[in-house]
Ligand binder design. Structure first.
Ligand code: NAD
Ligand code: UFG
Length: 338
């Protein structure tokens, strides 16, 4: 298939490109590099020994987007491009709505112009908000608690309405839990531009000596060891879920939201212990106050992904940490080293 990938140079996008190219799909990447580097795309090409089209552009520029998408004439779109920092979304909400909601509307309009009817969208478990029960299944009420989460919930709604109104359309809303890890080659991985907001890249930077110690945000939650529990999903498994979602969209119509997680919760202390096994030395940490807005536990019900996509996670927490450590130790300054 011809697949148009917005935000393909980013963390999850680059790993998905490897899977798409390895499966023989023809790819066009559309990215403004606002949170990534074209170096990741060069490495994807090296890893797969496959070429792809790469266009620098912004999903907020509807004319440029429509022109590129129409010229490529894709069979399917995978839509990663967006802003993703929860804290920042409180400070600059309009930029989040502009990019994540208006950008998505622009993309759907461009798809209409190109008569492309299939989309796989990067959504997030954050759309569920406070858990009314666990594990989160796809029928759990939507109730995001921050602007970022609201942009994802709104974009889901827009895509659902588009799919209902467009004959033959098929949309898959993938609700990622906590993506971590890297490609096993160590050539691509997560490369945060600033101080990492998320646990795994922070732990990785402590392990490699870029930061002194991890602050664990609270050890008095109602969990096994008092620290927050999350459903970490290996980015390579997540990439495979996109491949399965494209295949699914090719032979169905309508709009489905599908969780992508392992179904298993891991605490902060358990993740740190796994990282210590991977890197072979202790990770310094201190216990800090709870981070506002954090929940005790979040993990996925995974039956729908198995049933509709025939997909399940295969890689465990040791594989997540080992791959992260290989990427971090071989690229201590991310893609900046190139
Ligand atoms: P990322 O920042 O590494 O990748 C996003 C890519 O989109 C980057 O390459 C960036 O340059 C590009 N981009 C941003 N704004 C753009 C614009 N206006 N026009 C064109 N390109 C633009 O993030 P990621 O972790 O790979 O996340 C990909 C998607 O998955 C995002 O939509 C994010 O919200 C969603 N998601 C991520 C996580 C996570 O924990 N990483 C969890 C749930 C959902
Ligand atoms: N944590 C620490 N110290 C840190 C960073 C995180 O103790 O320096 C803890 C948090 O308190 C939480 C756990 O590690 O208990 C995971 O935190 P992350 O920030 O890595 O992940 P979140 O679950 O808070 O949020 C992430 C993304 C959201 C996404 C959500 C669900 O940031 O965008 O997963 O997919 F919506």
């Amino acid at each position: 298939m011809k697949v148009f990938v917005t935000g393909g140079a980013g963390y999850i996008g680059s790993h998905t490109l490897v899977a798409l190219l390895a499966a023989g799909h023809e790819v066009c990447v559309f990215d403004n590099y606002s949170n990534s580097s074209p170096v990741s795309l060069a490495r994807v090409r090296q890893l797969t020994n496959r070429d792809m089209e790469m266009v620098e552009g912004d999903i907020c520029d509807i004319d440029g987007l429509t022109k590129t998408l129409t010229a490529f004439a894709p069979d399917a779109v995978v839509h990663f491009a967006g802003l993703k920092a929860v804290g920042e979304s409180n400070d600059i909400p309009l930029r989040y709505y502009q990019t994540n909601v208006t950008g998505t509307m622009n993309l759907l309009a461009a798809m209409d112009a190109a008569e492309c009817r299939r989309i796989v969208f990067s959504s997030s478990a954050t759309v569920y908000g406070e858990a009314q029960y666990l594990p989160f299944d796809e029928a759990h009420p939507i109730g995001p608690t921050n602007p970022y989460g609201r942009t994802k919930a709104m974009a889901e709604g827009v895509i659902g309405d588009w799919a209902s109104a467009t004959p033959g359309a098929s949309a898959v809303l993938l609700r990622y839990f906590n993506p971590v890890g890297a490609h096993e080659s160590g050539r691509i991985g997560e490369d945060p531009q600033d101080i990492p907001n998320n646990l795994m890249p922070f732990v990785a930077q402590v392990a490699v000596g870029r930061r002194d110690r991890l602050s664990i945000f609270g050890d008095d939650y109602d969990t096994r060891d008092g620290t927050g529990e999350r459903d970490y999903i290996h980015v390579v498994d997540l990439a495979a879920a996109h491949l399965a979602a494209i295949e699914y969209a090719a032979h169905t119509t309508g709009c489905e939201a599908i969780n992508v997680g392992t179904g298993q919760g891991i605490t902060v202390k358990e993740l740190v212990a796994a990282y210590e096994r991977a890197c072979g030395h202790p990770i310094a940490f201190e216990i800090a106050p709870r981070r506002p807005g954090d929940v005790a536990s979040s993990y996925a019900a995974t039956a729908k992904a198995r049933e509709l996509l025939d997909w399940r996670a295969a890689l465990d927490v040791d594989a997540m940490c080992a791959s992260s450590w290989r990427w971090q130790s071989e690229n201590p300054h991310g893609f900046d080293g190139d």
